[in-house]
Design a protein around this ligand. Structure first.
Ligand SMILES: [Zn+2]
Length: 823
């Protein structure tokens, strides 16, 4: 009996040794490697990779941090295996464990203790894996391998004579090493320290009028209205109020973008967050000083204190990044040189630290298809990890009545009319000419010289056939593009306002910031029309081929919410930017009909250009617009009161109000719209090695996304809608069922040639094979069986309308037409 207990004790001690011994090594690597210590993500043969692999070799996911260097990270066996470092991982930790076994156990007990050690490694790992659900699958291989390796090592070491007293040595090493290195790893639920205290201090020094909007995802305030003495300058003020930002020295991460003083004497200072010289995408801080510059009166805080370790040295060249992005848009050319960013992934649970991979932003525009996108290529792993629309449309989606794809060969016509030239006689040309002129003069009224305030040329392309019933501002090319008969003045004002926004608040075109972006375009679209015609109207697009698109006074008439209780949470349309814009639209309608509309426009312009920033949400807009009204008309003015009344009326009351009305809905979180298909393809490594590459498969998915978001055919609109609606459900199903996830990835790999070709010229010659249809059929069966609910019903409804087997042997484009006819 005693022998059994001794074996168990020795096995457990060996397991702990294997686990603990690697932490000093990690510390060493982090200290020697500097801020870019090549740890978890770069295990490919570097010394850091070797040692991190040893950590993973114990079978336990290790979170680590070195606060002194601002480093943190996570090492898991899954990472090791994915990076091909499994060989190394099987060496270091088992050696330590084997040594311990030899020292603690009698020679004849070594095999029994080694078995206990292997079981402990496996059991502990699986337990941790279950606690962190997602990694269970990844963890399955590592502990078994480690257990086997330990047995072999222990047997080997068992043949060597070692004095029993030497057992003290590793114990001393481990015990002495742990306090040095085992800084508690960042807890999974991240809360920046000191925020509550800093808020209380700011509230006290500001007195009445203090307001703060708390960003629940980042745990810090996103907008503050206060009255705080500046003291020794903005930098020292930032340092003194660091707790508001969740970092110890905000100024050290901020790079000045511009500092202006407006006609009211208010100073506006705008910063970009930069880490090791690399800007954090969308992360800006604005500080606004009272006239005279003695007080800070508003702060817009987009600083990301919640990022996991930033890696800031690219392993992939800019040229290679362009090559990778061009797989998704083969005919395109880069519109701007690639730029490096740290790209916070919007996924993650509230309060958890956010991954911010280093990416190349590649702006591609394809003149044939009219598609323009920003692709974000992971500058270390080399895959596209995100894509952003390069064109901001007046309308999200319209149902086309196209029998075949009118895709490609858009005539970008020769110059039809230039500044000062005579009317061309072509209605679209002259309307665009007049509309851009009116919009230019309208913004001139605010002292603005063109959209960028530097007199840039206003270029418009009219009668673009692939912009049928739509119009858009291309951020990539900085031009306006109109479909035939889409050149009404409110649409022109709408599109050019996207350009003004790009150069000022730069509201990100997703979720609430995107809905604000759309709403400001509608606000100034109708304002330009009022400026030119004198008519106060609230409809958008009525005089175009598309007909009325929205009604700001009655959003619900065009399927938009007009109140927060009807807010739509969706992954489609960049998170519902053309849907939820109804809420700020309604707010503006209420404002502009309760005060002088000229004043309402002044307030909105000031808020957009000075107080809002890329990730501003509705509540930030409320505070920014109230501040703008205070600046222009004074605190307690009727105008400021009207702004807050209007926001109250659409369900966004003062966040400082201790007793909000009972029917106030909570400010919704943004959904986490990671595409389940892309995740399956790039994540599980289950693709057939002889088939299309990961990059090619991802590229074909991005191509499908372009077709869907352009509403290319009725079938794509319908299936796209279904897909976005069930994205979450599919994610849950595939997370719970790795085999299904692999089947999903492999099916996309099989149909990849058809996906890549459809909607292009190649779609007329790329044949849909029996193998493709068989794979899709069996995937649909598997999903329907796994779901057994609404998704299964939808799948069966689709299959009842269209017989997929009819598609075998036909060109991809022809099959898409078949689907259009069987909805
Ligand atoms: Zn728009």
């Amino acid at each position: 009996m005693r022998i059994v207990w001794r074996s168990v004790a020795a096995g457990l001690a060996a397991w702990l040794t294997g686990l603990l011994v690697v932490w000093p090594l990690l510390k060493l690597v982090a200290a020697l490697g500097g801020p870019d210590a090549p740890l978890a993500r770069t295990l490919g043969g570097t010394p850091g990779g070797v040692l991190a692999a040893a950590a993973g070799g114990t079978g336990v996911p290790v979170s680590w941090s070195v606060p002194m260097l601002g480093l943190a990270g996570r090492v898991t066996p899954g990472t090791m295996l994915a990076q091909g470092s499994s060989l190394v991982m099987l060496i270091a930790a088992p050696i330590a464990a084997g040594l311990m076994l030899r020292l603690l156990a009698r020679r004849d007990l070594v095999p029994a203790a080694a078995v206990v050690h292997a079981l402990a490694a496996t059991g502990g790992t699986l337990l941790l894996g279950v606690l962190q659900r997602h990694e269970v699958a990844q963890l399955a291989v590592a502990p078994v391998a480690v257990g086997l390796a330990t047995l072999i090592w222990s047997a080997g070491i068992g043949l060597v004579r070692l004095p029993r007293r030497a057992a003290v040595l590793p114990i001393v090493l481990v015990v002495a090493g742990v306090p040095l290195v085992a800084t508690p790893a960042q807890a999974a639920a991240y809360r920046p320290p000191g925020v509550d205290g800093a808020l209380a201090t700011a509230r006290k020094e500001s007195g009445v009028g203090f307001a703060a909007v708390r960003d629940r995802r980042r745990g810090v305030p996103s907008t503050l209205t206060l009255h705080s003495a500046i003291g020794g300058g903005v930098d020292s003020w930032l340092r003194g109020h660091a707790g508001l930002f969740g970092v110890t020295d905000p100024a050290s991460q901020l790079s000045l973008i511009r500092r202006t003083t407006d006609s009211l004497g208010v100073q506006h200072v705008r910063y970009q967050q930069v880490i090791n010289g690399v800007p954090v995408f969308g992360a800006q801080v604005t500080v606004h000083l009272s006239a005279g510059g003695r007080y800070v009166q508003t702060v817009g805080n987009g600083l990301r204190a919640d990022l996991r370790t930033p890696y800031t040295t690219p392993l992939v060249s800019a040229a290679r990044a362009v090559q990778i992005a061009r797989l998704a848009l083969p005919g395109a050319s880069p519109a701007q040189p690639p730029k490096l960013y740290l790209y916070p992934m919007s996924a993650g649970t509230a309060g958890a630290r956010t991954d911010a991979p280093l990416v190349w932003e590649v702006a591609l525009g394809d003149d044939n298809s009219g598609v323009a996108n920003f692709y974000y290529v992971d500058a270390r792993a080399g895959h596209v990890i995100a894509v952003r629309d390069g064109t901001e449309h007046v309308l999200h989606r319209i149902i086309y009545d196209l029998k075949n794809l009118a895709y490609g060969k858009v005539p970008f016509p020769a110059v039809a009319r230039v500044e000062g030239g005579p009317p061309s006689g072509q209605q679209d040309v002259d309307e665009a000419y007049d509309g851009t002129g009116a919009t230019y003069r309208y913004y001139q009224g605010f002292g603005r010289d063109s959209y960028d305030d530097h007199g840039s040329i206003l270029a418009s392309y009219v009668r673009a056939s692939d912009f049928h019933n739509n119009a858009g501002w291309s951020q990539v090319r900085e031009v306006m593009i109109y479909g035939p008969n889409m050149t009404a003045i409110d649409v022109t004002g709408h599109e050019l306002t996207h350009a003004v926004t790009q150069y000022t608040a730069n509201l990100m075109y997703h979720y609430q910031s995107g809905a604000l972006n759309e709403s400001f375009s509608d606000v100034f679209g109708v304002s330009v029309r009022r400026f030119e015609t004198g008519a106060s109207r609230w409809d958008i697009g009525t005089e175009t081929a598309a007909g009325t698109l929205r009604d700001m006074a009655h959003p619900e008439r065009y399927e938009q919410p007009g109140h927060m209780r009807d807010y739509v949470t969706t992954c489609s349309d960049n998170g519902g930017v053309h849907t939820n814009s109804g809420i700020p639209n309604k707010m503006y309608y209420l404002l502009a009909t309760s005060i002088d509309p000229d004043k309402a426009e002044d307030i909105m312009y000031r808020a957009l250009t000075e107080y809002l920033s890329p990730e501003s949400r509705f509540l930030d807009a409320r505070i920014g617009e109230i501040q703008a009204a205070w600046d222009l008309y004074g605190k307690g003015s009727d105008e400021a009161e009207a702004v807050s009344d209007a926001w109250d009326a659409v369900g966004l009351p003062d966040p400082e109000d201790a007793t909000p009305p009972e029917d106030t809905p909570p400010d919704p979180d943004d959904p986490t719209c990671l595409c389940v298909l892309a995740t399956a393809v790039s994540g599980n490594g289950g693709l057939d090695p002889s088939g299309a590459s990961v990059d090619a498969v991802l590229a074909s998915l991005l191509h499908m996304r372009d077709l869907i978001s352009a509403g290319q055919t009725p079938a794509l609109v319908r299936y796209g809608d279904l897909f976005y609606r069930y994205n979450d459900r599919l994610t849950a199903l595939t997370d719970a069922n790795p085999a299904l996830k692999q089947q999903l990835a492999r099916t996309i790999q099989i149909v990849q040639p058809a996906f890549a070709a459809v909607g292009t010229g190649a779609g007329n010659t790329t044949i849909v094979t029996a193998a493709m249809i068989a794979a899709v059929q069996s995937l649909l069966d598997a999903i329907a069986a796994a779901d057994g609910g609404l998704l299964a019903v939808e799948i069966n409804a689709v299959r009842a309308k269209a017989d997929l087997n009819q598609m075998v042997g036909h060109p991809a484009n022809q099959d898409l037409s078949y689907l259009d006819g069987h909805l």
